[in-house]
Write a protein that binds this ligand. Structure first.
Ligand SMILES: [Zn+2]
Length: 405
């Protein structure tokens, strides 16, 4: 409890100190529109509506001692409004808001009584709004619901205060690519013929890093040796690096069907087929088996965040998948019969970094094993992916410059 209080005090001081920078900063993605923001009551229900100039990822949760509602946003400029205008109505007591950490803003409202969040939705379209509905609960029930959900998307190592928020790449700097060799250490991944997926992906990642570096890209790896790296940490590495693109590299085994050839995977909660879904589940299970605590990752509100992230980043990731698959195909390297597929891969859930998972081949296929072990194939594949990434990055940068005008 003391620790939570101290954390909160630190946050509070941080908000006070950073308010000026935040509220005059040009980096905000969205601005609060006071005329469309209100706290209203209907029976026992209190509704908090926040009008925004554009939709941004957000999450809402409750904290205890004292009871508070916390809403985190990526990033909102609150300077047009007054927090007092929303305060002291229904279940909502005093309200404050401001920057939480670079790129993230926070609203904190004291609750006049223990409450639960019935719904937390964001309306997109012409007039984006975040709408939260709260209703009262017994004190015992509140305590059970309170507490900040932990997630790689939010609980990041604090970047240096001078670091500017990450911007979409526009070609003005070398493309930053994070390569993520799948599995490692206690989690060997797929195994066949004395081969370990974890070793193959690392070997290939090194070849790909070399090819990309020669092409002028800046490459960061989530692991450089055969060690275990939790899925969340892989995302954190990409975020800390300010990656423009995240590529997770795998060579799984598939007992289902006779999978062969390379496949590029995009994030989607609906998998292309059962085999893809099993692949994603197996990757998550690997973390559990390795002893990673996944508590608090299934909170309903995270879904809202993911949906929005997808709106922003998914079209870019989709184009990257198509261009990279095309480059592999035109290098006459063996592709899976469905070269671009979808699955719910946790490692692809960075909200603002286009992220793909490439199954280089399948360890369960004899032909694929031969290819994966062949240094000449590795070099051709590395070249093809590098060409695809370069082609995508050029078009992506052109679009970023266009959007800015
Ligand atoms: Zn794998």
């Amino acid at each position: 409890m003391t620790r939570i209080l101290r954390l909160f005090a630190a946050l509070w001081l941080g908000l006070a100190g950073l308010a000026t920078a935040q509220e005059t900063g040009l980096s905000a993605l969205a601005r609060l529109e006071p005329a469309r923001s209100a706290v209203t009551t209907s029976g026992e229900v209190t509704e908090v509506a926040l009008g925004l100039t554009q939709a941004v990822p957000f999450r809402a949760f409750l904290l205890d001692a004292p009871p508070r509602l916390v809403v985190d946003f990526r990033e909102v400029d609150f300077s047009a409004g007054r927090a007092e205008a929303l305060a002291d109505k229904g279940l909502i007591g005093p309200v404050r808001w401001g920057r939480f950490r670079p790129g993230w803003s926070r609203l904190v409202a004291d609750l006049s009584a223990p409450a639960k969040i019935d719904t937390a939705v964001e309306e997109t379209g012409e007039a984006p709004r975040v709408v939260l509905r709260l209703s009262p609960v017994a004190a015992g029930e509140f305590a059970a619901r309170a507490g900040a959900p932990s997630s790689a998307l939010w609980d990041l190592p604090q970047p240096a205060p001078t670091e500017p928020p990450h911007r979409r790449q526009d070609g003005s700097a070398p493309l930053k690519v994070v390569l993520d060799p799948g599995h490692g250490g206690i989690d060997p991944g797929a195994e066949a013929d004395n081969l370990k997926e974890a070793v193959l992906t690392l070997t290939f990642a090194r070849a790909l890093k070399e090819a990309m570096t020669r092409a002028g890209m800046q490459v960061i790896m989530t692991r450089e040796e055969d060690v275990f790296v939790p899925l969340e940490t892989r995302i954190t590495v990409a975020r800390a690096a300010g990656a423009d693109l995240f590529l997770s590299l795998h060579a799984d085994a598939l007992s289902e069907g006779d999978a062969t050839g390379s496949t590029v995977y995009l994030l989607d909660d609906k998998a292309s087929d059962e085999a893809s879904q099993k692949l994603a589940e197996r990757h998550d299970r690997a973390d559990l088996l390795a002893g990673v605590d996944l508590d608090g990752h299934d909170d309903a509100v995270a879904g809202v965040l993911m949906d929005l992230a997808r709106t922003e980043t998914q079209p870019r990731a989709l184009r990257a998948s198509q261009v990279i698959a095309g480059a592999i195909k035109s290098a006459h390297l063996r592709m899976h019969k469905h070269p671009v597929q979808t699955a719910d891969f946790s490692v692809l859930k960075s909200p603002d970094i286009p992220s793909l998972l490439i199954e280089l081949g399948f360890l369960s296929s004899e032909a694929d094993r031969q290819r994966l072990l062949d240094p000449a194939w590795q070099a051709q594949m590395a070249q093809a992916i590098t060409r695809g990434v370069a082609t995508w990055a050029q078009a992506d940068a052109a679009e970023a410059r266009l959007l800015r005008q």
